[in-house]
Structures are given as structure tokens and as C-alpha cells.
Design a protein around this ligand. Structure first.
Ligand code: MN
Length: 729
């Protein structure tokens, strides 16, 4: 009896699956293959149960049903049914290729690969880099969609696992997966994942919102029903064919607003409707007819049809005073826009059969979405610093945009949080540099004013302005504006350094009673540039001016007198003068000397905790090597005692050679281990590859030797690792 009930549930889901599949997949062969995938999977999972007590097949069937909800193609649905077979060694990749073809096998394999990743970490940079790793390891966007569907069903049944694990999964979902779902524009997966995550991650808040909603539910339902009836009759009178749905706001979006300090009673759009029409023009017509009857709330109208969001979302949004004077948020869109809003990147499949125009438009959409993937992967390659990566991602993925206007009515899209400074630099670099004030909606505003949607912004400039102030770097919000301000100052600084450098040289030569032109004879210039590896005299001046090059070094190239200077350093160092570490800004302390250029040697790349020693170079300060570095082994002269400055916490790059077996996942496993430790991978290069061994060079960025050793131990414990060593070149 019990067995038959369990079986009944599986059968019900199976019927639901086949029923829904036939709504948009018509090809007999494709349907047959889905059937085959189901039968194959149930045979392999025979007798297994999930922690929920259900037959195992309930899971793959639900994943497939979720995929149908985003109108996935038949290959993705087959992969959904088969997705756990490689993971638990039920089947081999080769067998899947033989039974279902390479495409489907690759999808299953891809999902298995990213499912093995274990993302942990609280820091923004770690979260961002995990998100990058996840997307970067995915060659086919369908794998990400499979991942989202798999996670959604697991979240729906999350009650079955222990509380600690629930919280971890919920947090990971919020950090890594929902931003990706958002960026892909898969609206309903995103919102259900968010609500479920909040339910487990912050249950107190979640249930208090549910409670508040329940208390007002009866009244809200009545209001919504009345409003639907009224709007529907307005549109019917004007002959606009339409459908209207009451819309409940997601619990997560209410949480976000409460989190920003809003009161529950102040959240307008608790009452919401969505109007669906056939044509784009009808959206605007419907809006006009609705506004004619129900007064719109000022400044709440948004035209996402003319200005689609970055994830291609389109709709008209307005807030009106409704039938009983309650505020209603109304969204108006075509069915096609709705398809894109709900299914995002996946929606291109469902319009396959339609006219060529639509197809071309959606092809274009698909390409734009894929560009997001490419952009993220490029971030991975670029040597952008972590801060930049995080900021770009924040602007790109997490924050929504605002739209503001120039006085001429041109629309400018800016990240939410932008100030007039960001606006000015977006308009033109010169507008930014010459800006002296800002007028928003006719009123003067301070420069740190936070721009709002629909603001009309006028920038006051003055051609005699002395340029931006350094303070603007703290006020500007977008990375773009900050970069432009920074580059302005770099340019100014460069000019000043150049001037100062030239003066320093002239002064020195005056002291030495050497004529400027004699010193800078063609032979001497040639010698200086060759020795310093500079490209021209300006570079010499600039480096003199910013203290990267000392006048003594320059003189030494021509007059060979620096050795005595270096003797001086040695002498000073051995005099044992004590310098208090707190007064030292260098990350490495050279005994007895508080102001000297110190470089970490690139051959052995020491990190804090390594035993180190300093080597006094010819005119380039002190190079710090690991004690064990063979490059300084036989040198006794010019060696000086150095130590790490504990006051300074900075991360250092260091190189590792990793020899692995040729297991496909070896590299992935190594990267995964970085998320457990405080280590970031800066670059990976594969060096050699033999029949059964591959060698990678990894440059990792790490705070100290303890973190590094922990990481090394972690990867040594992996089965596919033959050997790991730190590199000395
Ligand atoms: Mn699964």
C-alpha cells in the first residue's frame, strides 16, 4: 500500500511532465527521447529514496518540470532527467554519449562539474570571484539554467536537511545563484529562489512578513478584485483586448524594502496588477486610458519599453490612486515581453516557431545575454584588482539602474547611487572636469546628492574651473567616474613630476658646476636610457620628480660614484639604530633605515612568514629574497637583515607548480579549495602535459605562510595531485 502511494506520486509527476512538454515540443523524436531519458533514469535510480522520503525520481522529474516552465529545449529537459547519474557513478559519460548523444551527455557532465563546487566565504571579493568561477566554468548557458532548476527543487525540499546545512545552501543561493538568474532575466526562478532562501536564511524576518501579509490579505484581495474589474471595463470600452492578473509582491522584495528602512505601511506596491495586451502600442494606449480615470502618482511612472533594463526586461510601470484610494502598482506589457520577463534567456526557445522578425529580435536578445557571460569571463582574465571586480559586478549585477534626463530630454542610464558627478562624467569627461555645480529639477543640489529616477539634471560648468577636487573620489559612485577623476590627477601629477625632475637635475648640475648640455650629451643620454631601460628623457625627469629614481643613481651612471652610497646604507644598517615599526610605512623593515625603497624579489616571491634577507641592489633599493633562494646563496656582500612589518597586512603573489594526473577535474578541484582558504588565484598557466601528468603554474595571492600551507595541505590531500611546490626561478 505504502509502495503504491510512493509510486503514484512519481506517476503523477511523470504525467504532468509529458502533458506540459507537449504544449510546446511537437517533434515526435524529441518527445521519444525525453521518454527514454525518464525510463533510463528511473531504472538507474531504482529503489533509491530522497531524504524527503520520496522516491528518488521525484527530484529529476521536478527539475524537468521546472525546466519546462522556462521553456527549455528537449536536450536540456533530457539532461534534467539524467542529471544525477554521473554524480553518483550510476553511469559513465561514455554510456550517456552512446545512449543520448554528445550534446545531452555534455550538459549532464557540465552540471555535475559545477555541482561539485562548494562555495563558501563571506567577503564580497570571494563571493564575486565564486560567481565568476561558476559562470566561467560553464561553456553552455543551458548548464547554468539546469543548475538553477536543480537548486530550485532542492530549495523546495530544503526542510529535509539539517538546519546548519539549510542556512549554508540558502546563503549560497542568495550570494551566487540569484544574481545570475537576475542577470539572465529569468524572473520567476529568481523570485522563488529568493523567497525560499530568505525562508531558511532569516526565518524570523520571513515569517513576520508572511504574518503581516496575512493580516491584510482579505482586504487586499477585495481591493485587487475591484480594481481588476474596473480596469478591465475601461479597456473593454476602448476595445483593447487584454488579460489582467493580480500580482503579489515577493516576500524577498518586501524584505529588501524593509531592510532599507521603509515601514511596512509605506510600501506602495503591495497592491499590484499586471495587464497583458497584444501589441506595443496598446501598452501606451492602455496606460493613457487608465491614467484618465485613476490619477497617477507623480514620479512613479517608468517606461521600460523605450528603455529596457540591462537584462532586457520591458514593461510600463505606473502607480495610481485606485478604486478605494489605495495605491496600486500597475505593470503593462505584451505577452512577448512577459515571456522575456519570466523566462529571460530561455525564452528564445519558445519563439522558435514564430515569424522571422520575432526570431531575429530574440536571437539578438540571446546574443546580448551571452555577452554578459563573455564580460564576466573577461574579468577573470584581466588583471583587474579585486576591488574593481567587485565594484563592476556590483554595478552590473546587483544594482538596478536609474534613468535621469539632460535638460534637452536625453535619457542617461546610471547605476542606482550615482551623484551629479557621475552624471557629469557620463555626459563628457570635460563636463566633469569643468563642473562647478549641479541643478536638479530646477534646484541647486550639493554634489553628493543621490540622483533619483526621472530627475532632470543640469551641470553648471566654468571654463576657468581649476578642475575636479580629490574629494570627488569619495563622492562619485560609479567606477567610470572615479577612473576619470583619477586619470585627471595622474596627468596633472605627471606634469608636475616632470617639471620637478628637470629642476632637480639642473640644481644638482649647478652644484657640480657641470653645464646642462654637457651632462646631456647624446652619448650620455644614450647611456642613461640604456642603463635605466627608459624610453626618453621625459621618463627620466618624471621618475626623478616622483622619487622613483634618485639623483644619485643618475649621477652614478655617468660618474660611477654610487658604490660609496651603498656602503653608507650598509653602514647605517649595521649601526643598529632602532626604528619603531609603527612609524614605518614599508611592509618590510630594514634594520636601521626607515626610508628606503624595498622590493620583493620576483624569482622566489616571498610572503609574510617566510624567512627573508635583503640584498642591496645597484641603485634600485633593497631586493628581498627568501633565505632559501639560490640566487643569493653565494653572496655575502651587500646582504642586509630585513623583517616583515607585522603592522601591515597586505597580500602578496607567489608562484606554485602543481603536478596533476590527467583527470579532467583536477584543476577545478584546486580552484575549489581556494574558496575554503583565504586565497585568490591570480593566474593559471598550463606548462607541460605528458601522457599521464600535467603541470600548471598557479600564481596565488595570499596574506601569509600559514594560509598558504593550509592551502597546500588541502590540495596535497586531493587524489589527483602528484606534487605541489613553490617556485624559485
Ligand atoms: Mn540534483
Amino acid at each position: 500500500m505504502v509502495i503504491s502511494l510512493v509510486q503514484q506520486k512519481v506517476n503523477d509527476y511523470y504525467c504532468e511532465l509529458m502533458d506540459k512538454v507537449s504544449s510546446y515540443i511537437t517533434d515526435k523524436e524529441e518527445i521519444d527521447l525525453i521518454q527514454k531519458a525518464y525510463e533510463y533514469s528511473s531504472q538507474k535510480h531504482l529503489g533509491e529514496t530522497r531524504l524527503t522520503g520520496d522516491d528518488y525520481m521525484v527530484h529529476p522529474l521536478n527539475v524537468a518540470i521546472i525546466l519546462i516552465g522556462v521553456r527549455a529545449d528537449y536536450e536540456t529537459i533530457c539532461a534534467g532527467l539524467l542529471h544525477d547519474l554521473l554524480e553518483d557513478d550510476h553511469t559513465e559519460y561514455r554510456t550517456l554519449v552512446n545512449e543520448f548523444g554528445k550534446n545531452i551527455a555534455d550538459l549532464v557532465e557540465g552540471l555535475t562539474r559545477i555541482n561539485r563546487l562548494n562555495f563558501e566565504g563571506d567577503k564580497q571579493s570571494v563571493i564575486a570571484s565564486n560567481r565568476k568561477i561558476l559562470v566561467g566554468l560553464t561553456e553552455d548557458v543551458r548548464i547554468i539554467i539546469l543548475k538553477l532548476a536543480d537548486r530550485l527543487h532542492n530549495m523546495r525540499t530544503l526542510w529535509a536537511i539539517p538546519e546548519k546545512a539549510q542556512k549554508e545552501k540558502a546563503k549560497e543561493t542568495l550570494d551566487i545563484l540569484t544574481p545570475i538568474a537576475h542577470r539572465l532575466g529569468i524572473g520567476h526562478l529568481k523570485s522563488e529562489l529568493e523567497d525560499l532562501s530568505l525562508r531558511y536564511y532569516k526565518p524570523d524576518i520571513y515569517f513576520s512578513i508572511v504574518e503581516m501579509l496575512n493580516q491584510t490579505k482579505a482586504e487586499r484581495d477585495r481591493n485587487v478584485a475591484d480594481m481588476i474589474e474596473s480596469v478591465s471595463s475601461i479597456l473593454n470600452k476602448k476595445g483593447i483586448k487584454h488579460k489582467i492578473k493580480g500580482r503579489s509582491k515577493s516576500i524577498y522584495s518586501i524584505y529588501k524594502k524593509l531592510d532599507k528602512g521603509k515601514k511596512f505601511s509605506d510600501i506602495y506596491d503591495l497592491l499590484a496588477l499586471r495587464v497583458y495586451v497584444d501589441e506595443v502600442e496598446e501598452c501606451y494606449q492602455a496606460l493613457g486610458y487608465i491614467h484618465a480615470v485613476y490619477k497617477p502618482m507623480p514620479r512613479r511612472f517608468k517606461d521600460y519599453i523605450a528603455m529596457p533594463k540591462a537584462n532586457m526586461y520591458q514593461s510600463l510601470h505606473t502607480t495610481v490612486f485606485g478604486v478605494h484610494g489605495e495605491l496600486f502598482e500597475i505593470q503593462i506589457r505584451t505577452y512577448e515581453m512577459d515571456e522575456i520577463a519570466e523566462n529571460g534567456i530561455a525564452s528564445h526557445w519558445s519563439y522558435k516557431e514564430k515569424g522571422s522578425n520575432t526570431k531575429a529580435a530574440l536571437q539578438n536578445t540571446m546574443e546580448q545575454k551571452l555577452q554578459f557571460f563573455k564580460a564576466i569571463m573577461e574579468l577573470q582574465k584581466n588583471e583587474a584588482s579585486d576591488d574593481e571586480v567587485v565594484n563592476t559586478l556590483k554595478e552590473d549585477v546587483l544594482n538596478t539602474s536609474i534613468y535621469v534626463f539632460t535638460p534637452d530630454g536625453d535619457v542617461i542610464e546610471l547605476a542606482n547611487g550615482s551623484t551629479p558627478i557621475d552624471f557629469a562624467y557620463r555626459v563628457h569627461t570635460n563636463v566633469g572636469n569643468k563642473m562647478v555645480g549641479a541643478i536638479v529639477n530646477g534646484n541647486m543640489v550639493p554634489l553628493d546628492y543621490k540622483l533619483q529616477d526621472n530627475d532632470v539634471v543640469k551641470i553648471k560648468t566654468n571654463k576657468n574651473s581649476v578642475g575636479p577636487s580629490k574629494e570627488w573620489l569619495n563622492i562619485a559612485y560609479t567606477t567610470q567616474a572615479k577612473n576619470k577623476i583619477r586619470s585627471y590627477f595622474n596627468k596633472i601629477d605627471k606634469q608636475e613630476h616632470l617639471k620637478r625632475g628637470e629642476e632637480l637635475l639642473k640644481e644638482e648640475l649647478r652644484k657640480r658646476k657641470v653645464a646642462f648640455n654637457d651632462f646631456l650629451s647624446p652619448e650620455n643620454i644614450d647611456k642613461i636610457l640604456r642603463e635605466l631601460k627608459y624610453k626618453d628623457l621625459n621618463e627620466v625627469y618624471t621618475n626623478l620628480g616622483n622619487n622613483k629614481l634618485s639623483i644619485a643613481t643618475l649621477m652614478n651612471i655617468i660618474y660611477h660614484e654610487l658604490d660609496s652610497k651603498e656602503d653608507l646604507i650598509l653602514k647605517k644598517a649595521t649601526q643598529n639604530k632602532v626604528v619603531s615599526p609603527t612609524s614605518i610605512k614599508n611592509d618590510i623593515i630594514v634594520r636601521g633605515i626607515d626610508q628606503i625603497k624595498v622590493n620583493v624579489a620576483s624569482c622566489c616571491k616571498p610572503i609574510p612568514g617566510d624567512s627573508i634577507v635583503g640584498y642591496i641592489t645597484k641603485g634600485n633599493g633593497i631586493a628581498v629574497h627568501r633565505m632559501s633562494c639560490p640566487n643569493i646563496k653565494d653572496i655575502e656582500e651587500r646582504i642586509i637583515e630585513v623583517s616583515w612589518n607585522d603592522e601591515i597586512t597586505k597580500k602578496y603573489p607567489t608562484s606554485l607548480l602543481v603536478h596533476t594526473t590527467n583527470q579532467k577535474d583536477a584543476l577545478l578541484k584546486i580552484i575549489t579549495k581556494t574558496s575554503n582558504t583565504n586565497i585568490l588565484v591570480q593566474s593559471i598557466r598550463s606548462l607541460t602535459s605528458h601522457k599521464d601528468e600535467t603541470t600548471f603554474e598557479l600564481v596565488v595571492v595570499v596574506s601569509n605562510i600559514d594560509d598558504l600551507n593550509k592551502f597546500l595541505n588541502d590540495i596535497r590531500a586531493l587524489p589527483d595531485i602528484v606534487e605541489v611546490e613553490r617556485v624559485i626561478k
